[in-house]
Design a protein around this ligand. Structure first.
Ligand SMILES: Nc1ncnc2c1ncn2[C@@H]1O[C@H](COP(=O)(O)OP(=O)(O)O)[C@@H](O)[C@H]1O
Ligand SMILES: [Mg+2]
Length: 261
């Protein structure tokens, strides 16, 4: 059975989607693995970065979507799941950008959050790794992601409030594990977008003191090329000026793969 890795944090802008996209590239291209990405975030950022794109006359790009969209997985019945075939051989269950159907899932009954696991189970056998991007909230979609997952990692951006956020997050994850998915393994906290400010150093120290066993040894610093690579939907190691960022991302991913086993 595949390893199913979810990136979760109820805060936005911490690097969930960036890590999701780069993990998929890394596993597919560098490790030659069969990868499926499931985009549980109705903003659809990950989908538009992974999907094929067409160039418009003005030079801008639009993603091309087809197949089953994530919102359909929440229905009681889905006849036939069609995944999208994307660059680098990656498969995708996509969310169009700002999909109202996927936002609406949050107001549905709790049980609907268990439908995606039921529907994708037969499909997962075709893959080595499944990467699930989560929305910046604690709700039905996160619950669905955590019931599909075998492993969860928390990208964290340091700030004065980082500890409070992490404590709330871990509490929720433990609750989900107990109620719905006793096999879920917590991989830990990936510090992302860090700088050398006093504020970040202090916040890092506080986290290390509070949950030392959860901290990844490797970190990703504030690296503008990572922003460019993710915006352009390309692997970070393909940017000529991205080698420092690429090294940090690779070290984090290798550490993660070691934990996943
Ligand atoms: N290490 C980093 N250095 C610079 N920019 C980053 C870094 N990590 C993420 N970003 C940028 O920060 C923004 C938010 O990241 P994103 O992955 O979309 O977060 P989330 O999915 O948690 O909301 C994006 O524009 C992304 O490109
Ligand atoms: Mg995101």
């Amino acid at each position: 059975m595949p390893k199913v890795i979810s990136y979760a944090n109820q805060k936005g802008g911490v690097g969930k989607s960036s890590l999701c996209v780069q993990t998929a590239f890394y596993l597919a291209v560098k490790k030659k693995k069969k990868v499926l990405v499931i985009d549980m975030d109705a903003q659809g950022n990950t989908s538009s970065r992974i999907a094929n794109r067409i160039q418009n006359e003005d030079g801008s790009f639009d993603p091309v979507f087809y197949g089953t969209k994530t919102a359909e997985l929440f229905k009681d019945e889905v006849s036939n799941i069609v995944v999208m075939n994307c660059p680098f051989g990656i498969d995708l269950i996509h969310s169009p950008s700002n999909d109202p159907d996927l936002f609406e899932v949050e107001s549905s009954e709790l049980e609907t959050a268990l439908n995606p696991r039921k529907h994708v189970a037969p499909l997962l056998e075709n893959y080595d790794y499944v990467i699930v991007d989560c929305p910046p909230s604690l709700g039905r979609k996160l619950l669905a992601a955590l019931t599909i997952a075998t492993h969860v990692a928390f990208p964290v951006k340091l700030s004065g409030f980082a500890i409070d956020g992490v404590e709330g997050l871990i509490e929720s994850i433990l609750g989900v594990r107990e109620a719905f998915n006793s096999n879920l393994e917590i991989l830990g906290i990936i510090i992302n977008d860090m700088d050398r400010s006093v504020n970040h150093e202090r916040s890092l120290k506080a986290l290390q003191d509070a949950v030392p066993e959860l901290m990844f040894k490797n970190k990703i610093m504030h690296r503008p090329p990572l922003d460019t690579a993710v915006s352009d939907g390309v692997p970070i190691w393909d940017l000529r000026y991205g080698h420092v960022a690429a090294k940090e991302v690779e070290a984090v991913l290798e550490e993660m793969l070691e934990k996943v086993g």
